[in-house]
Design a protein around this ligand. Structure first.
Ligand SMILES: [Zn+2]
Length: 312
């Protein structure tokens, strides 16, 4: 089932009900001519989603599909294939990785075996390779046999620098690294003519983002989000998690939350306030905009704790 972006924005709550009624894991949402988001569940990785608790992108060209991010596992890549079949019979010709977290790239080998070219910036590939063993360990623990057959495979010819201009199937796009995001090496796929950004994990919509102990810092992510937003001013964002959204929504649900963490946690940490009390106080006083995000209860305290440790 394919929804238009306008309808998705207007009827977000109704759409969620429709998704639940349809058992498919990844929901295709049309965001422009031949441009789609494949929206996965907002919760945790589990056997049903094969690690694809995330949003992916697809651009259908006359020569085949450009897939943005390839799923967390072999089974996750197959979930993407199933969703793509509802959009087009064309094969995936190119896979672009926006990041190094499992769901951004561990399905690469499945598409490469079918002849797709794997594309990523060198800054992204370096982090993929450094984290691959740990990512696989986490997936094996959470998914068991559902992770079987997953083989980490990065782009064999990564692109140098922080910016690459590409023309694939007649579509002009840019792959850009604005700085450390959810992970170091995170990148954005930008369609300059359509003003559409596939932000990867730089943007979380509808759900609470997670600050991880992974070499990225919350103040760096906050700054990178600002650079991304002010440089591109996208009209539509296909986020790393959640449904396609406006820049205003991304600002409210990712940019403002990161800024809030920096503004509130940094002085407490530098003042050496008691950490547990700081976590309780800030969690209890978090603005309503953040409280209503999915996973707020489960993740917000961890984020405050992580930010505190970073600012210590
Ligand atoms: Zn993610």
């Amino acid at each position: 089932m394919i929804k238009t972006f306008a309808k998705a924005l207007a009827c977000a709550a109704l759409a969620a009900v429709a998704v639940a009624a349809h058992a498919s894991v990844l929901q295709p949402v049309k965001v422009g001519d031949d441009i789609y988001a494949l929206v996965g569940p907002l919760g945790q990785r589990d056997v049903a989603n094969a690690g694809d608790n995330a949003t992916f992108g697809a651009i259908v060209t006359p020569d085949g599909v450009i897939l943005i991010d390839s799923g967390a596992t072999k089974a996750g890549a197959e979930l993407i294939e199933t969703a793509l079949k509802t959009i087009t019979p064309k094969p995936v010709r190119w896979v672009i990785n926006t990041g190094s977290q499992d769901h951004r790239w561990l399905g690469n080998a499945t598409f490469a075996a079918q002849g797709a070219k794997i594309i990523a910036l060198d800054v992204t590939v370096k982090v993929q390779q450094a984290n691959a063993a740990q990512e696989m360990q986490g997936l094996n623990m959470l998914l068991g046999k559902t992770a079987d057959g997953t083989v980490p495979m990065s782009s064999p010819d990564p692109l140098p620098g922080n910016e690459a201009k590409l023309k694939l199937g007649g579509i002009e796009l840019e792959l850009r690294h604005f700085g450390t995001g959810h992970f170091p090496g995170d990148a954005v796929v930008w369609l300059p003519k359509q003003r559409i950004a596939f932000s990867g994990d730089l943007v979380f919509a509808d759900r609470m983002l997670g600050v991880l102990d992974n070499g990225s810092r919350v103040d760096q992510w906050a700054q990178t989000f600002k650079t991304f937003a002010t440089t591109l001013k996208p009209e539509i964002i296909i986020p790393g998690h959640g449904k396609p959204c406006s820049l205003a929504q991304a600002q409210a649900q990712t940019g403002d939350y990161l800024d809030w963490l920096v503004r509130e946690v940094q002085p407490a940490a530098q003042n050496m306030d008691d950490m547990d009390k700081t976590v309780q106080r800030l969690h209890a006083s978090a603005p309503e905009t953040f409280r209503k995000l999915d996973n707020f209860e489960g993740i917000d305290k961890k984020n405050i704790t992580r930010a505190y440790l970073e600012f210590q």
